[in-house]
Design a protein around this ligand. Structure first.
Ligand SMILES: [Fe+2]
Length: 295
């Protein structure tokens, strides 16, 4: 199992304080933050898989692939462990372990094989899958009470973006989730999301460590009601930031099998990332019940 991604350190003076990562003790015991984090030199624009949707006609942004180990200063800036309790949940990515039996149950059930079959397939009728989802939902509600809806997702390895807009027929790249559609100045009150790695290899969450209000400031936009409302769908704000700050580093955070994260994904730019993996990426997503738009 590949747990080491480290390359010689590079300097990223542009990284500024913002979103931090909190490791629960069992996760830290498996690998400290310095063993889980890489930083690159920014994001790059690529063509969408299809260009007939106006939202993606200008392309999408993915991380540059020149990952390297962060400096000690960058690591300190990203680590919430020393400041636990001082960072609000809206600015914290918390990594936690799931019970081993639940992880094993996913493979006993054969979720990967079930999801590999085209819909309508056996997903809805499979009693073992239903049993897994019921148990997973019970546990997810302990971690994150509002998470009342579960989805399972199977993605290919070697994807620079795992978030797919099925209507538009394209991966959407680095983005801000939008299921509550709060105005920008209320994004810190948005509901969070849980993602659990049920696969056999580490997979990565890639993110820009700035919340949406910091994006507003960085883009020299006024902190006005008009701006906050204009970007109620936050995707264009994320695109504006990456277009104007292509050198701002993206952080790559490794999630080992059987680990999950809880994060306010409606408050910062992020995506899933399976580059470097050989096996399929299997994830469990625990989301709020009213989830009209997957982000
Ligand atoms: Fe997302």
């Amino acid at each position: 199992m590949e747990h080491t991604l480290l390359e010689p350190a590079i300097s990223n003076p542009a990284l500024t304080p913002g979103i931090r990562v909190l490791l629960e003790p069992e996760v830290a015991n498996a690998a400290e933050l310095c063993q889980r984090v890489q930083i690159n030199t920014g994001s790059r624009r690529i063509a969408a898989d299809r260009d007939d949707d106006a939202r993606y006609a200008g392309g999408i942004f993915v991380p540059a692939d020149n990952w390297a180990r962060p400096t000690a200063q960058e690591l300190a800036l990203l680590a919430a462990n020393g400041t636990a309790g001082t960072d609000p949940p809206s600015r914290t990515i918390r990594l936690f372990p799931i019970p081993q039996y639940l992880y094993r149950l996913a493979w006993d059930v054969g979720i990967d094989a079930i999801l590999s079959q085209p819909p309508p397939g056996p997903q809805a009728a499979d009693p073992l899958l239903a049993a897994f989802c019921a148990e997973a939902a019970r546990l997810m509600r302990i971690v994150y009470a509002p998470a009342t809806s579960l989805t399972l997702q199977l993605r290919n390895p070697e994807l620079a973006s795992t978030t797919y807009d099925t209507d538009a027929g394209t991966a959407i790249g680095l983005h801000v989730d939008n299921f509550d559609r709060h105005a920008i100045d209320r994004r810190h009150q948005s509901r969070s999301r849980v993602v659990v790695n049920l696969g056999t290899e580490p997979r990565s969450l890639v993110f820009i460590n700035l919340d949406v209000m910091q994006l507003v400031d960085a883009c020299n936009l006024a902190r006005s009601v008009e701006v906050f409302e204009r970007y109620r769908w936050a995707y264009p704000l994320a695109q504006l930031f990456m277009a104007t700050h292509p050198d701002y580093p993206v952080v790559r955070l490794q999630l080992h099998p059987g680990e999950g994260y809880l994060a306010s994904t409606q408050n910062f730019i992020h995506d899933g990332y399976t580059v470097g993996m050989a096996a399929p990426d299997l994830t469990l997503h625990a989301v709020p019940q009213a989830d009209p738009e997957r982000g």
